[in-house]
Write a protein that binds this ligand. Structure first.
Ligand code: GTP
Ligand code: MG
Length: 244
């Protein structure tokens, strides 16, 4: 059976977090947060990248699925940010590079509609993907975004790894599991980021590892609002690219 399209309506009771099948630990999951066991072994953890505000810019736009193969990269491996619509992928990029408005964000889902590749002075480009799972998006748009995401994940030659972005209040859903299955099918590493942790109460934050289940064992807790987890995400980006 081939992979399901990433267009399935999201709000299903079956989106129990960390429970059902497919949540077992993956060999593609990178052990980044554990300083004792850096993925780059003898060389130690990758250094945190320091960037200045103006160093990053939009390098490449991939408008649709047919353009994935023929659109050149920025000469850098790409780490992609994927996740459900409105989880904060674009905001995370802006927070990482400390440049508000570089990647366009919105309080309504469906803001990012193409794949935008941002490049800076570092060794890795960041690819901002459209979100999936927004049930109220027009059907045509949903199909087009899903095809674009699918093509990028399956075919993009310079794709080095994936940051899977989930809202800390929701955890992983079936479409997120599907995304991980696809990236693992390509043999590429990934890392889970839970965003908007500033919105959690203390108790919710304490319960987050339990909510995320085995997939979330090495999750990075991130907030674009407070900057929490920013350095960890940079480290993850560098590690993913180094594994390429
Ligand atoms: N409080 C809080 N809000 C956030 C955070 N990250 C993103 N947001 C808000 O969440 C909304 C969605 O953010 P985006 O960055 O546009 O989300 P996206 O995942 O790129 O969305 P799509 O492109 O539609 O898939 C915006 O209103 C952001 O301001 C965060 O860490 N904390
Ligand atoms: Mg976006």
């Amino acid at each position: 059976m081939g992979p399901r399209p990433l267009t399935e309506p999201p709000d299903r009771g079956s989106e129990a977090i960390g429970g059902g099948p497919g949540t077992e630990r993956s060999t593609n999951e990178v052990q980044l947060a554990d300083a004792d066991r850096p993925a780059t072994s003898r060389r130690g953890p990758a250094p945190v990248v320091k960037v200045r505000r103006s160093d990053w810019d939009l390098a490449v736009v991939i408008p649709d699925a047919t353009a994935v193969l023929r659109t050149p990269g920025a000469g850098l491996p790409e780490v992609a940010l994927a996740g459900r619509s409105n989880t904060g992928k674009s905001s995370l990029i802006n927070a990482l590079v400390r440049r508000k408005g570089l990647a366009r964000t919105s309080s309504t889902p469906g803001r990012t509609q193409e794949i935008l590749v941002f490049a800076g002075p570092g060794k890795t480009a960041l690819a901002d993907l459209p979100g999936y799972g927004w049930a109220r998006a027009p059907q045509g748009a949903r199909v087009q975004w899903a095809q674009l995401i699918d093509a990028y994940i399956a075919q993009r030659e310079m794709l080095a790894g994936l940051l899977l972005i989930v809202d800390a209040r929701r955890g992983l859903g079936p479409l997120d599991e599907e995304m991980l299955a696809r990236i693992e099918a390509r043999g590429l590493p990934w890392r889970l980021i839970t965003t908007k942790v500033d919105k959690l109460t203390r108790t919710e934050k304490d319960r987050l590892p339990q909510l995320l289940g085995p997939r979330g064992r090495n999750a990075i807790f991130f907030s674009a609002k407070t900057g929490e987890g920013r350095e960890d995400v940079w480290r993850a980006v560098a590690e993913l690219a180094a594994l390429r």
